[in-house]
Design a protein around this ligand. Structure first.
Ligand SMILES: [Zn+2]
Length: 209
């Protein structure tokens, strides 16, 4: 199997796993995998992850996002993923989620402290909230790009969601899980000190919805 085919299939598998775990919130979220130095594979725009096939995955040239192959229209966040790959040559995977509790945390506009040992090791430190910009804009890619550090694999986007990076798709997905756990732990601690806070309770209720 060609490396392009392998990448397409890995992206489909991972998108379904993330959707199963509730991290993509319907057709929200998207992901990208570096195929080689020149090409990336990206999920198609607003697609049903359960109906998507490897042929729907878009292959783009990293340098200018020109679509080289794939039936779908590339995700509106392709520019965001490209920005991540250019800033982080060590990463092959970039996953943008609308994961429920970490996304709720972005409304607070404050960095998420990371305390668990594995989370600290895999995420790299406390997670910043990048400034708000509308989805799918170069402005959003630029705001997240300004936050990117070589030693940090998770970024929150104000009033929106998260971007998680990894050397592999598996690594990036583990960062997604750990980020969600840290956000849950933050709200649980916050609720313990302010049990009447409806916003905190509402954030955790997203888990069961
Ligand atoms: Zn989004």
């Amino acid at each position: 199997m060609s490396i392009e085919r392998e990448a397409r299939e890995a992206v489909v598998r991972t998108a379904v796993q993330l959707a199963d775990q509730g991290y993509l919130a319907g057709v929200g979220g998207n992901l990208a995998l570096r195929i080689d130095a020149e090409r990336i594979a990206v999920t198609p725009s607003a697609s049903d992850y359960y109906a998507m096939s490897a042929d729907d995955i878009c292959v783009l040239r990293l340098a200018d996002l020109k679509q080289l192959s794939g039936h779908g229209k590339p995700s509106v966040e392709s520019g965001l993923h490209a920005r991540m790959f250019k800033a982080r040559p060590d990463c092959r995977a970039s996953v943008h989620t609308h994961q429920p509790v970490a996304s709720a945390f972005t409304l607070l506009d404050r960095p998420l402290p990371v305390s668990d040992a594995e989370a600290r090791q895999r995420i790299g430190g406390d997670v910043p909230v990048c400034a708000y910009a509308p989805s799918g804009t170069g402005w959003l890619a630029s705001n997240v790009g300004k936050c990117v550090r070589r030693d940090l694999n998770a970024y929150l986007m104000r009033n929106h969601g998260a971007v998680c990076l990894g050397a592999t798709l598996e690594d990036a997905c583990r960062v997604v899980q750990l980020l969600e756990q840290e956000a849950i732990a933050w709200f649980q601690r916050a609720l313990a000190t302010q049990p009447e806070n409806r916003a905190f309770r509402h954030a955790l209720a997203a888990l069961n919805s």
